[in-house]
Design a protein around this ligand. Structure first.
Ligand code: ZN
Length: 322
């Protein structure tokens, strides 16, 4: 089982990476593969998108449509966490938004650190704690959620100076983890790093189906990943769980909507065919053909953007997201 660190930067727009200093992400992109035209789901909200990332199902299939309702846990039954544990892997999770506990059933995450993030310093402490855990425990799969860019986007606007500074601060929070992975890989542990986002943002929100909200970056680094590759075609968040399972060399869940990874290179397993494998070779990348994708069917339910219930953080220490 190839070890993998999944870092999710909440609200990271693809075009923000080029607009501000991100030396750690730049290094991962140079030595790995990047897709800056990835697509998230609708509604482009944090919890629905996370469930889609971990279950490879669109929101109307996994049933998590808002950030505030108690999720239908059926999606978690086929989450990446469940699949890794079922195949004997060890897991860890580091996050600041407590709702993400619903991405797994009890017992499927061996180590969890939930720490509220109210400053870039808090976020760096969370990242550094994950780095220490990588070194000391070397879990097969580690999930790290970084929230600061999303918080600054809502407060000051996406692509504002404060937002771009927050993106740089997210990059700084990754630094110790990247160093830990490089250290471990020198010792032969074969870690991979995957960096994704759950949605972009526009002005101070990310609720509409505008491309600025739906377009996300995807970065992968490790010895299963081709160095310097660039994938111009579409990559959906539904591809992420199958791609990570491929990187980790574990079986995908049969219920995952996307049966195949889009980016990893290396040994194609006969029982896990990957028809797009050749398309990710640097210099031979061709855009993925549009397909009948249920993600982009007309929205089946009318919903209002102002109906999400907001709980005051001051009243009960639960941060509302929008
Ligand atoms: Zn989010």
């Amino acid at each position: 089982m190839n070890k993998t660190l999944l870092i999710l930067i909440d609200g990271l727009r693809s075009d923000a990476i080029a607009r501000t200093a991100t030396p750690v992400l730049d290094d991962l992109m140079e030595t790995g593969m990047v897709c800056l035209s990835g697509q998230t789901v609708e509604p482009s909200l944090t919890l629905p998108a996370h469930f889609s990332i971990f279950s490879s199902l669109p929101p109307y299939s996994h049933g998590v449509m808002t950030n505030t309702a108690t999720p239908d846990m059926s999606g978690a039954a086929q989450s990446l966490f469940a699949q890794i544990k079922a195949q004997g892997g060890t897991t860890a999770a580091f996050y600041s938004w407590d709702h993400l506990r619903n991405l797994a059933f009890p017992g499927q995450v061996d180590y969890t650190l939930v720490q509220r993030v109210d400053s870039p310093k808090d976020q760096k402490l969370l990242g550094n704690a994950a780095a220490r855990h990588l070194i000391t425990h070397r879990p097969d799969f580690t999930f790290v959620y970084l929230e600061w860019a999303d918080l600054m986007g809502h407060a000051h606007g996406w692509m504002s100076d404060a937002y771009l500074s927050a993106v740089t601060q997210c990059d700084q929070a990754i630094q110790k983890m990247a160093e830990a992975v490089h250290t471990l890989n020198k010792k032969g542990f074969g870690f991979h790093i995957v960096v994704v986002s759950d949605h972009g943002g526009q002005e101070k929100h990310h609720l509409s189906n505008h491309l600025d909200n739906l377009t996300i970056p995807f970065i992968a680094h490790g010895n299963m990943i081709r160095s310097g590759g660039h994938l111009d075609g579409s990559l959906s968040v539904l591809d992420i769980a199958p791609t990570i399972s491929r990187i980790m060399d574990i079986s995908p869940h049969p219920g995952w909507q996307e049966p195949c990874c889009k980016i990893s290179s290396g040994l194609a397993r006969k029982d896990f065919p990957c028809s797009t494998l050749d398309n990710i070779l640097p210099g031979s990348v061709s855009p993925r053909q549009p397909k009948q994708n249920p993600l982009f069917r007309p929205w089946p339910y009318p919903y209002k953007t102002n109906t999400l219930s907001i709980v005051s953080p001051k009243s009960n220490n639960i941060r509302a997201k929008n």
